[in-house]
Design a protein around this ligand. Structure first.
Ligand code: F0G
Length: 454
């Protein structure tokens, strides 16, 4: 049947706290109706993100105990370098403190004024780094990508014709790289297929453009390729990973999601590319054998990468998410389908269709959901966008509330609690009103902006 089964047992626990609704009302007001600004002590289920909050395994904990520390040349770094080489087949590895640090290094190295970077979909931090260096993002997704409910199993695929068109229109000399994001975050954790990646590679080869893979959400994408792409059904996760890596000139990742710890890194087989980025690592991140990570984190990533090659580990997130999406659908709640990775995504545009986009429906729904449940989700809509140069709102294509599913953290009964509360809120959705900014930062405003009810 469709009820997910935990392929692990719990051996260390953390006590949770479910504050009474009166406290939750004060807490969300104190947080400026921004779930990023809630304190953990006021949160029951933290479904803000899967970043840095996944459960660690006993093997990861054990590895962390025997880390080899030194500023330069630690054995732990060599272990990580070797693991990257074993799994991705890449010779050169540059460590960084997290995913966006890799994006900073990449953008500093390759993006200049007038650059255009085609990608299947933007991510918030990626876009900001490209824009800050004078470049521009061009999204080349298929129309299906933005359909909330769909049968398309690979909504993260690039539209190859659009990719060619962007290259032809802007000139290949202005395209520093093409970026493919695994488990496409902002459209609901949607995967691309291996077949699509091969086609993207072909176009890159034709024009002599490098292909960059953002592998932060690789685990989910691997699971979906394995279970949804018929041609890959008999391939091991390791084989699929290696082919994806072989198709990429550069792979970067946030180890906060991939490897279940902290940190991040960039790898390549191209010496010239490596040399170009290397200087920025020592300038912004740290020496080449730690790049802002502690040796304990690096040890955890080594084990975490190995565990990512295990289908019984990487299926946990997507299976819980699929269950949650299905149960919510049964109760009429509009969610993104097919269910993706990362989290269950609620369609706020429909859930609170009485709130206009200028009053941030997804932000309002995220705040309301916290109030009625103590569950903390994240706005992924217009609040997460940036105003244009003239100060006008850039309305997001989708207004989503993301309920992230940290890997191996919540039990099915906790997930059922969240489903029950969301269904109640849906029945009573007309109680929810819009939001307006009272304090609006100019960059990545969703992180620390404050709002009030309209
Ligand atoms: N790329 C993708 C696809 C991501 O999802 C993230 C982070 C990053 C890059 C940046 O990595 O956080 O380590 O600097 N996503 C987190 C999230 C923040 O909650 O979706 P980072």
């Amino acid at each position: 049947n469709d009820v997910p089964l935990e392929m692990h047992k719990v051996r260390i626990v953390q006590k949770l706290n479910l504050p009474p609704i009166e406290r939750r009302l004060d807490a969300i007001a104190e947080a400026g109706y921004n779930t990023f600004l809630l304190k953990n002590r006021d949160v029951f289920m933290d479904m803000l993100t899967d970043s840095g909050v996944n459960a660690m395994s006993d093997k990861q904990q054990a590895a962390m105990m025997e880390a080899d520390d030194s500023y330069a040349g630690s054995g732990t770094f060599t272990k990580l370098e070797n693991k990257i080489n074993e799994i991705f087949g890449k010779k050169y590895f540059l460590p960084a403190h997290q995913g966006r640090a890799c994006e900073n290094i990449l953008s500093k190295s390759f993006v200049k004024k007038g650059s255009v970077v085609p990608m299947n979909y933007h991510f918030t931090t990626t876009k900001s780094h490209i824009v800050i260096n004078g470049g521009r993002v061009e999204e080349v997704f298929k129309d299906e990508a933005l359909k909330i409910t769909s049968d398309d199993l690979f909504k993260g695929n690039m539209d190859i014709a659009k990719l060619r068109d962007v290259i032809e229109t802007n000139g290949k000399e202005n395209i520093p790289f093409v970026r493919l994001e695994a488990g496409t975050n902002l459209i609901g954790g949607q995967p691309f297929s291996l077949e699509n990646m091969r086609e993207v590679r072909k176009v890159c080869d034709e024009y002599g453009i490098i292909l960059v893979l953002d592998a932060s959400l690789l685990a989910d994408n691997l699971h979906f390729i394995k279970t949804r792409e018929v041609a890959c059904k008999n391939n091991s996760i390791r084989e699929i990973t290696r082919e994806m890596a072989d198709l990429s000139d550069i792979i970067y990742f946030s180890a906060r999601k991939l490897g279940c710890a902290r940190g991040g890194g960039i790898c390549t087989n191209n010496e010239e590319i490596y040399m170009k980025m290397r200087e920025y690592i020592t300038l912004y991140e740290g020496f080449l054998t730690y790049g802002g990570m502690s040796v304990r984190e690096m040890e955890a990533i080594v084990v975490g990468l190995d565990e990512t090659m295990d289908e019984e580990m990487i299926n946990q997130g997507p299976e819980f998410i699929a269950y949650m999406a299905k149960e919510l659908q049964k109760k009429g709640v509009p969610v993104v389908t097919p269910p993706g990775g990362l989290g269950c995504h609620i369609n706020a545009m429909e859930f609170v269709d009485h709130i206009p986009q200028k009053e941030y429906p997804a932000g309002a729904l995220a705040a309301a959901l916290y109030l009625v449940s103590g569950v903390r989700g994240m706005e992924r809509g217009t609040l997460s966008e940036q105003r244009d140069e003239d100060g006008n709102e850039t309305y997001s294509n989708m207004e989503l509330v993301r309920l992230a599913m940290p890997r191996r953290v919540y039990t099915l009964s906790q997930v059922n609690y969240a489903i029950d509360r969301i269904a109640w809120l849906y029945e009573n959705r007309k109680l929810i009103g819009g939001l307006k900014f009272v304090e609006e930062p100019s960059v990545l405003r969703f992180f620390f902006g404050k709002l009030d009810t309209t």
